[in-house]
Design a protein around this ligand. Structure first.
Ligand code: GLN
Length: 257
């Protein structure tokens, strides 16, 4: 990083959507990972919790995180998401902010989630995907080979844990985040997992996702900083432990599939 940037610390503002309702399977660990990987690089991080009734200033937040939650939680936050947040979040997409949605959060980035025998839960349509509940939950370890377009350098595989009844199908404007090596993925049919569109990313990988997939964490940080500062080269971090853990999970998942 050039000296000029070292002097005035880079700043990253993370907006954490509905932390009280939408944070299953340790999804909050993704916030901790983004925070820590920035601090290891002397990047200043502010985490803003955005809950029911809270308004959003789209110009202030660089990266949004939306964790997973059971159907009940998705229903609780739904009207707030539509009436208070939808317009501001769609504006944030136009401003180039980065978004990561996990499972239930991913589903509500789409057009709608149709739970079994229930009213549709409308999404905010920032990902061209729809989700309908299947009659069998898709649960277990999951290994994904990431889309080569994302240009992962160190390790193209990502690992996590999935537990969802929702089956997600991608429209023309969304691109799969990757292909399933072990597990169900988007719908247990087309072997795709997750989706992205510009800087909006979604997937079914709980765990939490980012501690065991450091390259994806850095991709999100880099894109969020680029929106603000132009091109930023992140200092390389020693991810030996993270990649070793990832390797162990991949081996175990392949063995027990
Ligand atoms: N309620 C959604 C489903 O079952 C999402 C579940 C989750 O976030 N773990 O598909």
């Amino acid at each position: 990083m050039e000296d000029s940037k070292k002097n005035d610390r880079l700043r990253l503002v993370i907006g954490w959507l509905y932390p009280k309702y939408m944070s299953t399977y340790g999804d909050r660990g993704n916030i901790l990972t983004l925070w820590q990987r920035c601090h290891w690089r002397n990047i200043d991080v502010t985490v803003k919790e955005i809950d029911l009734e809270d308004k959003i200033n789209p110009a202030y937040i660089d990266l949004y995180f939306f964790g997973g939650g059971q159907d009940q939680a998705q229903k609780i936050i739904s009207s707030d998401l539509q009436t208070i947040k939808r317009g501001q979040l769609r504006k944030a997409v136009r401003l180039g902010a980065v978004f990561l949605g996990i499972c239930g959060g991913y589903q509500l980035f789409g057009h709608y989630y149709r739970p079994a025998n229930e009213m549709d839960i409308p999404g905010i349509g920032i990902l061209d995907v729809i989700t309908t509940a299947g009659n069998k939950r898709m649960i277990g370890n999951i290994v994904v080979e990431t889309n080569e377009k994302l240009k992962f350098k160190k390790e193209r595989l990502m690992v996590g844990f999935e537990n969802h009844s929702g089956k997600t199908y991608l429209g023309k404007r969304a691109t799969p985040l990757g292909n399933v090596v072990v597990g169900f993925g988007n719908n247990g049919e087309d072997r795709t997992e997750g989706a992205y569109q510009g800087n909006v990313f979604g997937c079914y990988l709980h765990g939490p996702l980012l501690p065991k997939n450091p390259e994806f964490a850095d991709l999100l940080i880099e894109r969020a900083l680029e929106k603000k500062y132009g091109h930023v080269d992140l200092t390389q971090i020693d991810d030996t432990l993270e990649l070793e853990t990832q390797g162990n999970v991949i081996e175990r998942a392949k063995k027990i599939q």
